[in-house]
Design a protein around this ligand. Structure first.
Ligand SMILES: [Zn+2]
Length: 203
């Protein structure tokens, strides 16, 4: 059993976490192979959110690495990556999954999604989110081939893999256990389409 300060984000669900300036958030995939969509907002204004495209420019990388700053869309440093216990298998390119993504692959009827998880988690905090920001996709094996092709081969992240970030301003973070339980060829986001829980610790 996890200690009391650890929160389990159940499979296919999302949760919000308040992380004051100077505190850390650690996200773990206990069983491995599970994408964690990550969003962060200025706790005092949800108009300011963590923006991967602005972050690429600051870090000169499309993949987050220890020591890198995560910038807001106003180019303010919001968080920094302290530790990477997942061997660099992360992505900041794929948008959050949504109902349309599942319908595109032939799913009929409602399907949980990271976009809905974000809106629900933030609504519980009293914030209505209209625009879905580009997430940081921790534990997602997405690569750009030398010819520019985007590929998402099998998820190779090991059980117990984690990342730890420090908040540089007061933030509200949302962590979503990506509900991608389908396995279209070339887009196996979670290994075998199996969706598992995430563990989050604010310390
Ligand atoms: Zn997702």
């Amino acid at each position: 059993m996890p200690s009391p300060e650890k929160t389990i984000v159940p499979p296919k669900e999302g949760r919000a976490f308040h992380v004051p300036r100077g505190r850390h958030i650690r996200i773990t995939t206990p069983k491995g192979h599970q994408a964690a969509d990550f969003f962060a907002y200025n706790a005092h204004s949800t108009a300011e959110w963590l923006s991967p495209p602005h972050t690429w420019i600051a870090s000169c990388s499309i993949t987050p690495r220890p020591g890198d700053l995560f910038l807001s869309r106003f180019r303010r440093p919001m968080m920094t990556m302290c530790e990477d216990g997942a061997e660099g298998v992360h992505d900041m390119l794929l948008p959050a999954c949504d109902q349309f993504r599942y319908e595109f692959f032939g799913h009929e009827g409602p399907h949980p999604s990271c976009s809905d998880n974000l809106m629900t988690a933030m609504r519980r905090e009293g914030h209505e989110i209209i625009v879905i920001p580009q997430p940081v996709n921790f534990f997602t094996n997405t690569n750009v081939d030398p010819d520019g092709r985007l590929v998402a081969p099998e998820n190779i992240v090991k059980p117990g893999a984690y990342v730890e970030l420090e908040a540089l301003i007061d933030v509200i973070c949302v962590v979503s256990s990506c509900p991608f339980d389908i396995t279209p060829k070339g887009w196996e986001i979670n290994a075998g389409g199996k969706v598992t829980e995430l563990e989050v610790e604010v310390k």
